[in-house]
Design a protein around this ligand. Structure first.
Ligand SMILES: Cc1ncc(COP(=O)(O)O)c(C=O)c1O
Length: 431
């Protein structure tokens, strides 16, 4: 772990009582070193610029965060309202989720992936998959344990490990077979297997996807070297052109080694509701359940009840929402290609992971290029560096604006950088 966010604890000396400074300033207290080890929030500059522009009356087209802007299906909202009107639903709910919700998760796994799960011992609900992942790290990691995480990195994959006092080892995940080769090399090295392997396909931010054979190899490796695997399947419901996201749990014997996180945040557009699940290996599910009972209560019962009907009856809406993202993807990718910036077309997820054109990458890092798009085109995107060093040279564009706004964004980007792209003769390869 690198750069501390702020002053080191040892330098935070409270002023002497009675001094002028002590009278004027609130006291400062040293925070735990686990907080201090966290790096500065790399999206802060873009967020601040966006905020300043908006305050100045500018209509920023915001493609920076993977935060769905469409509402969930109406019948799910109606169920929430109905359940909230029942006075019996306002007490604490079980930390692991109500039985009908866990049953519904198991049914969906069976329908979607042919996976049989015992809802009592192999499924738990979480307050979104991010909370579940963070707490699972606390349940599985001892200080100094090596944990392999994907690079570029969804920040929680790195920092939840670090906050659990583990040692995140980020390995390039954009070529899954090479990634696995690296993991295998590590297992056979004197250091031995990692304490834990984290995989995430469709991957945020790179949008890399895998086929079922990849997970067969992961499970074989886990079996050979006896380490557990966490699969983060946050984007399983957003897939394009007939691509079907595989589940690691569909591999014969996977439950001996793996758990998988899914969520209603993306495909069901319920990000603010905080409905996620962890399923698979009963021992790991139990460990997560133990940690959770000490840290939190279950999600608000009306949300759980609405989630039950969403999982049971919402498949058509999930498919329709995925098609919405696919159309936005097409508008963005085709538009960027037209202005001389061809990008890789994703098969899944809510993002386009765009290599910065060489004419700019030669002289600008991803943070400066993202700031340029915001300043000159009024379009907010995420700089690749926000996902660790492996993200440098890229931008992540989230498909959360509607098609017209995306068309407008492309027009504005073209106006801002099209001239330079054309005079450089196309995007070329970033160096
Ligand atoms: C890879 C990945 N995992 C997990 C999450 C967290 O999702 P949730 O809303 O279920 O906590 C996200 C959200 O952006 C994500 O991109």
């Amino acid at each position: 772990m690198n750069q501390p966010t702020s002053q080191p604890a040892s330098e935070m000396v409270p002023p002497r009582e009675g001094s002028a400074v002590a009278a004027d300033l609130p006291p400062t207290f040293p925070v735990a070193s686990r907080i201090e080890q966290l790096p500065p929030y790399l999206f802060a500059r873009i967020n601040k610029l966006t905020y300043d522009k908006r305050r100045a009356g500018c209509d920023v087209i915001d493609m920076s965060m993977g935060n769905p802007t469409d509402p969930p299906a109406q019948f799910i909202i109606d169920k929430l309202a109905e359940a909230a009107n029942d006075p019996r639903n306002h007490g604490y709910a079980p930390a692991t989720g109500i039985a009908s919700l866990r049953r519904e998760v198991a049914s969906r796994y069976l329908r979607k992936w042919g996976v049989r799960l015992d809802p009592e011992t192999e499924v738990i609900s979480t307050l979104g998959s991010k909370e579940g992942f963070g707490h699972l790290c606390l349940a599985l990691i001892n200080p100094g344990d090596d944990v392999i995480v994907p690079a570029p990195s969804y920040p929680s994959h790195v920092y939840a490990v670090a906050l659990a006092s583990g040692n995140p080892l980020a390995i390039d995940t954009t070529q899954p077979d090479r990634f696995l080769g690296e993991v295998a090399r590590r297992c056979e090295s004197p250091a031995g297997p990692p304490k834990l392997l984290v995989v995430n396909f469709p991957h945020n931010p790179s949008t890399t996807v895998v086929e079922p054979a990849f997970y067969r190899d992961v499970v074989a490796l886990a079996r050979r070297h006896s380490f557990p695997v966490i699969s983060d399947l946050a984007y399983s419901d957003v897939a394009f052109d007939g691509y079907e996201t595989p589940s690691i749990l569909a591999v014969e014997g996977a439950k001996k080694f793996a758990v998988e996180f899914t969520t209603m945040s993306k495909g069901y557009s319920m990000a603010g509701w905080r409905v996620g699940f962890c399923a698979g290996n009963p021992q790991i599910v139990k460990a997560l359940s133990t940690i959770k009972t000490y840290y939190d209560y279950g999600m608000f019962r009306p949300i759980q009840i609405a989630a039950v009907v969403g999982l049971r009856d919402g498949e058509a809406e999930v498919v329709a929402q995925s098609q919405v993202y696919q159309r936005r993807r097409d508008v963005l990718c085709e538009g960027l290609a037209r202005i001389g910036w061809p990008v890789e077309v994703p098969k899944a997820s809510m993002f386009v992971w765009a290599r910065i054109p060489a004419v700019f990458a030669d002289r600008m890092n991803s943070m400066d290029f993202a700031a340029k798009l915001l300043e000159e085109a009024d379009v907010a995107v995420s700089p690749g560096a926000g996902f660790g060093p492996a993200g440098e040279g890229f931008l992540r564009m989230a498909l959360i604006e509607n098609e017209n706004r995306i068309r407008q964004a492309v027009k504005q980007i073209g106006r801002a950088i099209g001239g330079e792209l054309r005079s450089a003769g196309g995007p070329g390869q970033a160096s």
